[in-house]
Design a protein around this ligand. Structure first.
Ligand code: 1QQ
Length: 391
């Protein structure tokens, strides 16, 4: 993990930029005086620090985007109640579309000239959008983008979204132990970048755990009929099903599986961390197992206050997506206050040096690639609620 390795980081950044034949665009720098006086809780910055949020507020990924919006709104409201640094938040809807995501990223970078970006919601939107942030030299934080390779897009790219790789490395062994798993069937959406990446990780983890894959079927993001694939799964009689899908396909797929008599536990990817999806599935959601970044039952620093404040503000309990979004605002504030500087370079440098920070996700660090480190949780749906699975 990196702490104050600025020399190497700068050389690496320059090398990458020279190799790409470009330098961060000076013309779109944030306006106002963003270099403050003092540091930490005493830091005072004259100009507002502009933060661009890009979230899926409509279409397929709005199930997560709406919670993220509220988590971020709550966090920046609380941060703005503190003295010294004022955050001006600019929110854009990427409509769950890579093209729209890139368009609003470019607007926030070049027209609004934000200091830092948060989101987008989906990995498939993040891949092209983060490329633009990297090229422009604007730090960007993924809050739910769990696919492999996201932080490696460049040294301005960070995430506090637990990679699927680590979530599955926890959930598959936990399921194996709790359910004495020997065989599974895998089903996956082969179009979406997050679900395809998770599928590869699932297979690797299953192989590593010595669990035999007795059926391996795929489908498309927009599919709604899964009879053919589920027929093969039923015939293979696996101890459990491992599913990599977004909610749009998960909901009909799990319902059809249950109505065809497939009652085995289903181990899923990050989309399962959604109470929206669990609510839509009703009874069919029982025994779904998922690894994730946050649990309402975790005794992490500030978790209870966060849950209470969120519930009071929005009339519903937060989910993992809200918790990760809330945490991103905290990371930005820590990075800004570290050198009392709201400029892009300072935020980028200090985000990359976060080490064992106490957050509602637990103790959290960010390594030199911009990758997050935290302890995963494993949960199972019991009586309609995500409940910690004993490990
Ligand atoms: C990704 C995800 C999605 C499930 C977030 C909503 O993990 O796209 O990476």
């Amino acid at each position: 993990m990196r702490l104050k390795q600025a020399g190497t980081a700068v050389v690496a950044a320059v090398t990458v930029l020279l190799a790409a034949g470009c330098t961060p665009d000076e013309g779109n720098r944030p306006g106002g005086d963003l270099k403050g006086v003092g540091s930490g809780s005493e830091c005072v910055i004259a100009a507002p620090v502009k933060v661009g949020l890009v979230l899926s507020l409509t279409n397929g990924a709005a199930f997560a985007g709406e919670y993220q919006k509220q988590g971020l709104e709550l966090a920046f409201k609380q941060l703005n109640e503190r003295k010294g640094v004022h955050y001006e938040v600019l929110l854009e809807d990427d409509e769950t579309s890579p093209d729209k995501g890139v368009a609003v990223y470019e607007k926030l970078i070049n027209t609004d000239r934000v200091s830092v970006l948060v989101g987008p919601t989906l990995s498939s939107v993040a891949f092209p959008a983060f490329g633009d942030a990297q090229e422009a030299g604007v730090p960007a934080i993924g809050i739910s983008t769990t696919a492999e390779g996201i932080p490696q897009l460049g040294d301005y790219i960070f995430r506090d979204s637990l990679p699927e790789q680590y979530a599955l490395a926890a959930s598959i062994p936990a399921a194996k132990q709790a359910l004495n798993l020997k065989t599974v069937a895998i089903l996956h959406d082969s179009v979406d970048e997050f679900t395809s990446s998770a599928y590869t990780t699932m297979k690797e983890t299953l192989e590593h755990e010595g669990i035999r894959i007795v059926e391996d079927e795929s489908f498309k993001t927009t599919d709604t009929e899964f009879g053919a694939q589920l027929g093969k799964v039923a015939a293979a009689k696996p101890d459990a099903v491992v599913l990599s899908a977004l909610p749009g396909a998960t909901i009909p797929l799990v319902k059809q599986a249950r109505s065809m008599g497939i009652s085995s536990p289903i181990v899923g990817g990050n989309a399962f961390n959604s109470p929206f999806m669990i609510g839509k599935l009703g009874e069919a959601a029982e025994n779904l197992i998922v690894g994730g970044a946050w649990s309402a039952s975790s005794g992490t620093t500030g978790n209870e206050d966060f849950i209470n404040a969120f519930t009071a503000a929005y009339g519903r309990a937060p989910d993992q997506f809200a918790a990760q979004a809330f945490t991103a605002a905290q990371l930005i504030d820590v990075a800004v206050r570290a050198d009392c500087d709201g400029n892009r370079e300072a935020i980028k440098d200090n985000l990359g040096q976060i080490l064992e920070l106490d957050t509602i996700l637990g103790s959290l660090s960010i390594d030199e690639d911009g990758e997050v480190y935290q302890k995963p949780v494993v949960q199972m749906v019991k009586d309609g609620r995500l409940t910690l699975l004993d490990r």
